[in-house]
Design a protein around this ligand. Sequence first.
Ligand code: TRP
Length: 334
Amino acid sequence: MSDKKGRVFSGARPTGRQHLGNYFGAIQNYVALQQDYDCVYCIVDVHALTTMETTENIRQNTLEMALDWLAAGIDPAQSILFVQSHVPQVLELHTYLSMVSPLGKLSELPNFKEEVKNHPNNVNYGLLGYPVLMTSDIVLYKTNVVPVGVDQQSHLEFARETVRSFNYRYQTDVLIEPQMKLTAFPKILGTDGKAKMSKSLDNHIEMASTPEETTQRVMSMLTDPQRLRRTDPGDPDVCNVYSLHKIFSKPEDVERINRECRTAEIGCVQCKRLLAENINSYFAPYREKRAALEEKEDEVWDILADGAKRASAIAEQTMIEVRDAIGLAPRQRA
Ligand code: TRP
């Protein structure tokens, strides 16, 4: 390893084109961490299968997400970017770790219970083992630090406990207990101003949208519901357009909008136009880079193949140590 502070691993399910919530909740942080850590970023397609009834979009969604990550600044010369299923050792490790994963604990995890509630007709064995597979991702690459959002906190805690159980059962120290690094960014609400931005609610704004699409989405945003007429004063503190201005606009503009909204000098339409312009200029360099990459799809697949090769080298080394720690018969006589 290099002179960096240690290894970071993170993964996300292939959800296709990424939106502002994905960007500020994860991608921006992934890019920044490359400065200080050896980073491994994974498109976790096997995890995606746990909740999918049809896989027709999975290839395209994998590609779209890779395009977004690369264009946003994940640098394959520094970091490893790969697709989970390309390094099948993770599935082997998942099986071994499942032997130290108590069923009672798995079935009590909040994310599992939530999925059971949302998809009562597709509660499968793989879904229950989701955190075991996530633990395998993390420990297979000897990860020190895992950047995640709060929704993954209990999974990370599970991973840490599983490492301790494995190391204790086999009296070894081959698995490293990962540290959690919570990504702190205010939750990005969707265009409805109510729910967290998400593709499934169709309240999202994609990073890769055209300027026109972006403007259209922004113009559809809900503002302060008390402000009915143009002449009514508004309350920026309850307006999601304003909260996005705080991210995308210059401090002096944010301050002016705050003031002029309260006195009804600025109307919602004008306020949204300005926001759309600022989002568009914020993402302009990224969009240009993405468009260029889209023209070279083969290169993107090559980057992922190279990432898988580098990831495999680490993975196979870990597995040699793991099989030995468990005490399985060696493949070759020494
Ligand atoms: N469970 C994570 C999510 O839904 C994705 C994930 C899979 C992950 N494996 C991981 C995140 C390993 C961090 C580390 O967001």
